[in-house]
Design a protein around this ligand. Structure first.
Ligand code: SF4
Length: 69
């Protein structure tokens, strides 16, 4: 997937979430900073769960499969 297309899909996904489902901006950034340090991250995708971390981290109820956040 091109970066441009990914950004569009990410924006659409974030827009589709109910406000109460979303992680706060601070929580979102904290989660992503953990992912950026993680060996499982590869080109924006978590090799442990197979999802794009920017989408996973945006949902309040989601967790890291390895308990890092
Ligand atoms: S979700 Fe967890 S295991 Fe996956 S990249 Fe982020 S910190 Fe690593």
């Amino acid at each position: 997937m091109s970066e441009e297309r990914f950004k569009k899909e990410l924006a659409d996904y974030l827009d589709s979430l109910e406000e109460e489902e979303k992680a706060s901006g601070q929580l979102y950034e904290e989660r992503l900073s953990v992912c950026k340090q993680c060996d499982y991250l590869n080109a924006g995708m978590c090799k442990a769960c197979g999802c794009y971390v920017e989408m996973r981290a945006a949902m309040k109820a989601r967790i890291c499969p390895y308990g890092k956040w």
